[in-house]
Design a protein around this ligand. Structure first.
Ligand SMILES: [Fe+2]
Ligand SMILES: [Fe+2]
Length: 304
């Protein structure tokens, strides 16, 4: 059965073993939720993904193509300063795209996934999302995508839904609103609990719109809100099955970690089983050990 691998926010946790592992795997597609660099930029990290021999889709996050000053201006909601410090972002993203080689830089785009199913599209949502209720990197999004408000982003995403196949997988950097406002919820804010639900409103509306148009949304995949909570260091909820849709926060950061004197590499596996999407968490070591946990849909259906 066809399989997709989802790799959450990389943040420079990527080695030659990952290249070998995924190139020798039986995955048809590899999806990256963005935030490739440890901090900012990401061109050298993008270059490493160019060595993958499978079809790859990357949606850029808030760390991709940006810089520290711009990032701080965004955090403090200073759009003019962000504009000033972010003037090089177009050039940076062009170099980032070049560095990705055959891997596809996505965002406000739709892509057929013929190996995964005859009528399946991948929709890459708003690139460079930073969560919350406002549009970050406004001037860059306006220049590149003619989007300068959340409302314009919604319109753009709806148009992309219309152009997509009957079955849809959404790939975003940050997940949709509406899935909980606690710090430990799938896209709840852990750095300031006053923010509550830190999901994206435009993505929430796009998913609802797709369903309203009679399309089947198989999965909504994103990262950004890292699984390990800032204050308690506990793990946030990272998978929800709700109203027939699998919501996955793949941002296990760091995705390579030590346990029992071994280095474990994290990713998520998606597989069609009996017309249903099966979601599994997979941990592997360069020594060939594998740990797989299949997420049980019945236990995790929050739709009632
Ligand atoms: Fe992020
Ligand atoms: Fe991140």
């Amino acid at each position: 059965m066809p399989k997709i691998a989802v790799i959450g926010d990389v943040h420079s946790f990527w080695t030659d073993f990952d290249i070998q592992y995924f190139n020798n795997s039986d995955y048809e597609y590899l999806l990256f939720t963005g935030d490739l660099p440890r901090f900012f930029g990401g061109i050298s990290d993008a270059k490493k993904l160019a060595r993958l021999s499978k079809p790859v889709f990357v949606i850029p996050g808030n760390h991709d193509g940006s810089n520290l000053k711009q990032f701080m201006a965004e955090l403090k909601n200073k759009p003019m300063l962000s504009h000033l410090f972010g003037r090089g972002q177009d050039k940076m993203m062009k170099s980032y795209d070049d560095a990705l080689g055959m891997a596809t830089l996505s965002g406000y785009s739709t892509h057929p996934l013929p190996e995964f199913g005859p009528d399946v599209s991948l929709i890459a949502a708003r690139p460079h999302s930073m969560g919350g209720d406002r549009l970050y990197f406004q001037s860059y999004l306006k220049r590149q995508f003619q989007v300068s408000t959340i409302e314009e982003s919604i319109m753009r995403l709806k148009k992309i839904v219309d152009e997509s196949a009957q079955n849809i997988i959404f790939l975003a950097h940050n997940g949709p609103r509406g899935l909980g406002d606690k710090a430990s919820d799938i896209w709840g804010c852990d750095f300031n609990t006053a923010y509550g639900d830190f999901g994206d409103e435009d993505l929430r509306v796009a998913v609802e719109y797709a369903k309203g148009q009679g399309k089947r949304v198989l999965a909504v995949i994103a990262g950004h809100m890292h699984q390990r909570l800032k204050k308690t260091k506990q793990r946030r909820q990272w998978f929800i099955f709700k109203n027939g849709i699998s919501y996955i926060n793949a941002a296990h950061v760091p995705r390579i970690f030590n346990h029992n004197e071994k280095k474990w590499h994290h990713h998520i596996s998606l597989q069609f089983e009996k017309e249903q999407l099966q979601v599994s968490e997979v941990l592997v070591t360069p020594q060939g050990e594998v740990r797989t946990q299949i997420m049980e849909r019945s236990e995790l259906d929050y739709s009632t």
